[in-house]
Design a protein around this ligand. Structure first.
Ligand code: SF4
Length: 361
């Protein structure tokens, strides 16, 4: 794009954005902390899902200091259901770093923001531009789609040359009047008009200049590498109740669903039957001998690279004390207390199945 063309594209984008932007709660504030939380939550997660979480999170932790001083379990608990829990742990650690390094005030400089745990180039650019009016670029999936189509960029979208080009273009666009609105306009255009399938080119402010539209290649761009099919994993979970309390275990801090609570169990080995695996996990992971279990059915949960099928059982009361080997902690919890704990997605589904079953029987 020539500088002149870029100026025209900026003007068109701003006019469109100001007339069409959705009224989202984090767009009604200039508080950098609130904007930062929204950006962390919006990664990989839909706007409608994020809205209630964002309100609840800010009610509990209204500023950097309160988040920094919070208990990790409480932070994870408020995140439960949003997925990608490393985001919550990073936010917590980043808030502590902001208190230590910046007196509790989120810096406006993108470089300083990027030194915080979990803050990458995208989040730093979003916070710096939206909350501090800095001309910093952002490129996420929406922006990449819009720009590859507008400019007719071929080449696999996650490849280094294409990413470099996209960040350069985004940087050049952000260097205009109201960088925050320009960046949000790009994202909004990707979310509302330049959608992955059937983009609404007639409603697009760039319809006359867009290369993909001129060439009829809207749906061929951006070029994506073939995705590998997610790996199928079979696992078991046991609902064990003793004197009105359910046994919950906490996953190790590192790894998938790190630090989250779940029902005891784990993956099946090759050729192993689900009930056999359940008995093994209770014996090896908890030192408990399960005399038998009733199948409650199964639930499915899809992670980025894994499709999990979780077989859920109600265990017959097991004798003995818990000797923990496979988990960081365990807790006997009254049914009424389960909702407040930070269970991961699969465990929530397993608990819902167990409770459904409990209500029927
Ligand atoms: S004209 Fe169509 S393909 Fe091009 S940027 Fe606009 S919505 Fe996307």
């Amino acid at each position: 794009m020539t500088p002149r063309q870029r100026t025209a594209r900026r003007r068109e984008l701003l006019t469109w954005y100001r007339a069409n932007r959705r009224d989202l709660p984090w767009r009604r504030t200039r508080d950098p902390y609130a904007i930062w939380i929204s950006e962390a939550m919006l990664q990989q997660t839909r706007v409608e899902t994020v809205i209630p979480y964002w309100h609840r999170f800010l009610e509990h932790f209204p500023d950097v200091a309160s988040l920094a001083a919070a208990d990790t379990d409480d932070v994870i608990g408020l995140w439960a259901g949003l997925g990608y829990y490393s985001r919550a742990r990073n936010l917590h650690r980043a808030a502590q770093a902001v208190v230590e390094r910046h007196d509790g005030m989120l810096p406006g400089d993108a470089e300083l923001l990027r030194e915080l745990p979990g803050v990458g180039r995208y989040t730093a650019g979003a916070v710096a531009s939206i909350a501090f009016d800095r001309p910093e670029p952002i490129v996420d999936g929406n922006v990449a789609r819009v720009l590859t189509r507008l400019l007719g960029i071929d080449g696999e979208v996650s490849s280094k040359p294409v990413q470099t080009r996209l960040w350069e273009e985004a940087e050049a666009i952000a260097r205009g009047e109201d960088p925050g609105a320009l960046n949000q306009g790009l994202m909004e255009l990707g979310a509302m008009v330049c959608t992955p399938r059937a983009p609404r080119c007639l409603a697009c402010p760039w319809t006359r200049s867009c290369v993909a539209r001129k060439e009829g290649r809207q749906e061929q761009l951006p070029v994506k590498a073939r995705k590998k099919a997610p790996k199928r994993v079979e696992a078991v979970a046991g609902f064990l109740e003793r004197r009105g309390e359910v046994l919950a275990v906490q996953r190790p801090k590192k790894g998938l669903l790190g630090g989250m609570w779940e029902l005891p169990g784990g993956e099946l080995t090759a050729g192993e039957a689900a009930e056999e695996a359940l008995v093994r996990w209770f014996r090896e992971g908890l030192g408990l001998a399960i005399p038998g279990a009733e199948s409650l059915g199964s639930v499915e949960h899809v992670f980025t690279h894994r499709r999990l099928r979780l077989h859920v059982f109600r265990c017959k009361p097991a004798a003995g004390r818990v000797r923990r080997a496979g988990w960081d902690a365990h807790r006997w919890v009254r049914r009424s207390g389960l909702a407040a704990m930070a269970f991961g997605g699969p465990a929530r589904k397993a608990l819902a199945l167990a409770s459904e079953h409990g209500n029927r029987s």
